[in-house]
Ligand binder design. Structure first.
Ligand SMILES: [Fe+2]
Length: 696
């Protein structure tokens, strides 16, 4: 073309191009101009009708004639020598390059965290890359109404353990925008690596801490600024007094009960000592050389001082059950305390954090809202900040904390079988209501109200179980603030219970959420969802919706802070260790790093719950109209209804007032004249520290 246009010398061009032109003509098999066939009118039926061709009367091969075969063979013969010469060179070069990359990578990975395996190192590096390139997200910048995804069936993966738990894929995330969501559904090398990284082999290093070596300093010198801020203050960690702080004010506060079991919901009893139990983990098998979990810690009902730890040992024979009692001053006392602290830490991490908050309630609510509430539905808008990035977070947890050989199984002492069993019985041991199932007998409705209404649960524990601790009082205050916010919001869109009951989307959402909760448990956490939603009255549905929304919002904020924000425990393997060599009161150096790595990458910053009106954290733009209820638009376009705005402002004001009370409580507790047991602060219920949604 360029020759014809006179832009290059035609004769030179033809001379240079001729071999290629000849080859092209040869391969095409064309010697002249092909005659153009006349165009047939295919709409006209031929005389006699269309011919009928029976199956089997015509042969249809692979469109491969002898002439084609001959041409292909000749082309191959011509190009083969070049390929024969080039391919080995290419292959050798590629292999050399790959070997060079692998050697460099291996050399780099072996140059740091000498006691850790590659999986831990790569995970830590990946998290650092995410952490250092992202700042804390805010509502105004990261929660845009137009990026709320439509309601639809979600693509999900079953998790490796537990019952019926399906986690949506990261690509189903809200607030990513349609383009990003579509791209996320395609193949991604990083996702493939994430899905398969846990298959890297596990290695065991037995290197111990030397006498006088500080495990906290050791961890922080290696993990450094990737480790989350430690807000909880433990002035002592290993003393008997510190055990009271752990169980009344710290990690065990939500598992503190009276030792005597209630037999009916109306019984008021003298319940005896306080107790935190972990002995039900004792029979789960652990890896060779590690000690088993277990220990029930009993505290005096008046002084709150530790009285004894009853430790159940793994059963050797079906008919045997050995329980040993240890008291302060016994030779093994310090070791048994360490076993109890570590068992509690592992129990809370696996059952309360991973299973109950992330995989059960958090996941169920996301599944129900994303599939049955449209992006303009007021309840979906209300939940949006509390579900921010939850799909991605849970998908990460599935990959990096739950999958076999991922960070969870590498940290916990369980064998593969033990991990399987632990997940199987997790629902049996979730706290906050489920443990009272037997007390209510056939009265399922009362039981359901208690499970969903945390306020009623705390009052029940106080009245019938005698549990009235600062932790329960503060969490009750927070629950009431949230319940007030939920009810104020719902009242603006549904002035009467009947109007809420007419909303088919709300009914589907509530039914699905209860259904997910019911069928992800082995003990029937929630009674028959069909009976409790389909047949309930309008007033009951209102209460159910209000409690479910409040329960979810409470769980992903203060609930998650209690069981998931645990850097003070994960930082020190002489305080709490996920696993430890039998008979030693401290985890190994490898345990210290894997534990701290797990803590680091489960602490991705999320938007803060407390926000000033009009600031970056103010999420009231999510309530801009019009919203849609039963297919009808409600509210003015681009405007937040004043009553809804007021509900949010009141919510924030109440959080602020509670934060000031928490500051006051902590200042008094940490003052020099504070007396035991009122000398311990609490930070997990402090509104200033809470985030709107779960992190990994
Ligand atoms: Fe978490």
């Amino acid at each position: 073309k360029r020759a014809k246009e006179g832009r290059v010398d035609g004769s030179t061009f033809r001379r240079l191009a001729r071999p290629a032109w000849l080859l092209h003509r040869f391969m095409a098999g064309k010697k002249g101009t092909r005659a153009v066939a006349p165009v047939q009118d295919v709409t006209q039926q031929p005389p006699g009708g269309w011919p009928v061709v029976q199956a089997g009367t015509q042969t249809a091969g692979f469109f491969f004639s002898w002439s084609v075969a001959l041409r292909l063979s000749l082309a191959l013969l011509l190009t083969l020598p070049i390929l024969v010469l080039m391919l080995p060179l290419l292959l050798i070069e590629t292999l050399l390059l790959a070997a060079l990359i692998l050697m460099t990578l291996k050399s780099y990975l072996n140059s740091f965290l000498l006691e850790s395996d590659w999986y831990t190192k790569i995970l830590l590096l990946s998290y650092k890359k995410i952490l250092f390139s992202h700042s804390r997200p805010t509502a105004r910048s990261h929660m845009l109404v137009e990026h709320l995804a439509p309601k639809r069936p979600l693509l999900t993966n079953y998790i490796a353990y537990a019952l019926n738990i399906r986690v949506p894929l990261k690509s189903e995330e809200d607030f990513t925008g349609a383009r990003a969501a579509t791209a996320a559904r395609g193949f991604s090398l990083s996702r493939w690596i994430e899905e398969n990284l846990h298959k890297l082999p596990m290695s065991v290093s037995s290197e111990r801490f030397k006498a006088g070596e500080d495990p906290v300093r050791y961890v922080m010198e290696r993990i450094g600024d990737a480790y989350p801020t430690v807000t909880t203050v433990y002035r002592e960690k290993l003393t008997d007094e510190a055990l009271t702080q752990l169980c009344f004010f710290g990690l065990g506060a939500h598992r503190l009960y009276r030792a005597r079991t209630l037999s009916s919901p109306t019984e008021v009893v003298d319940s005896g000592d306080f107790v935190v139990r972990t002995n039900f983990l004792a029979d789960l098998p652990v890896r060779e050389g590690l000690d088993s979990y277990g220990g029930d810690a009993y505290f005096d009902e008046t002084t709150w001082r530790i009285k004894k730890i009853v430790r159940k040992l793994p059963r050797q024979q079906p008919w045997e059950s050995e329980e040993l009692t240890y008291r302060p001053g016994d030779p093994e006392w310090e070791y048994v305390k360490f076993v109890f602290r570590s068992s509690l830490f592992s129990l809370v991490t696996l059952v309360d954090h991973l299973f109950a908050v992330h995989m059960q309630v958090g996941n169920a609510c996301v599944l129900a809202s994303r599939q049955y509430l449209g992006p303009d539905h007021p309840v979906r808008r209300f939940l949006a900040p509390f579900q921010f990035k939850t799909i991605s977070v849970n998908d990460n947890a599935r990959n990096n904390l739950i999958n076999p050989q991922s960070m969870g199984p590498r940290n916990f002492a369980f064998t593969d079988k033990g991990t399987d069993l632990a997940w199987s019985v997790a629902s049996e041991y979730t706290p906050s209501g489920a443990e009272l199932r037997a007390v209510f007998g056939d009265d399922q409705a009362s039981y359901l109200r208690l499970v969903l209404d945390y306020g009623a649960y705390v009052e029940f524990l106080k009245k019938h179980g005698g549990v009235d601790t600062p932790y329960r009082r503060q969490t009750l205050q927070l629950w009431n603030i949230m319940k007030n916010f939920v009810n104020s919001f719902l009242s603006q869109y549904y002035p009467t219970a009947e109007e809420l009951a007419r909303d088919s989307e709300v009914r589907c959402f509530v039914y699905t959420l209860l259904h997910e909760l019911a069928f992800t448990t082995t003990n029937g956490l929630v009674p028959d969802p069909a009976e409790n939603v389909r047949d309930c009255s309008a007033e009951e549905l209102w209460q159910l919706t209000s409690n479910l929304l409040t329960r979810y919002c409470y769980l992903v904020t203060a609930g998650h802070e209690q069981v998931g924000t645990v850097p003070v425990y994960a930082q020190d393997v002489s305080f709490c260790a996920f696993h430890w060599p039998k008979g030693e009161s401290c985890g190994t150096k490898q345990t210290a790093i894997t534990s701290a790595t797990l803590m680091s990458f489960t602490s991705t910053p999320m938007p803060l719950l407390m926000a000033e009106e009009g600031s970056e954290g103010d999420w009231t733009h999510l309530f801009e109209g019009p919203v849609t209820i039963n297919g009808e638009p409600v509210g003015e376009a681009g405007a937040v209804p004043p009553a809804v705005k007021k509900a949010w402002v009141v919510f924030q004001a109440e959080l602020k007032a509670m934060a000031a009370e928490c500051d006051d409580f902590n200042n008094k507790a940490l003052s020099a004249d504070a007396q035991f047991p009122h000398c311990f602060g609490m930070w997990q219920t402090h509104p200033s520290h809470l985030e709107t949604s779960v992190s990994v």
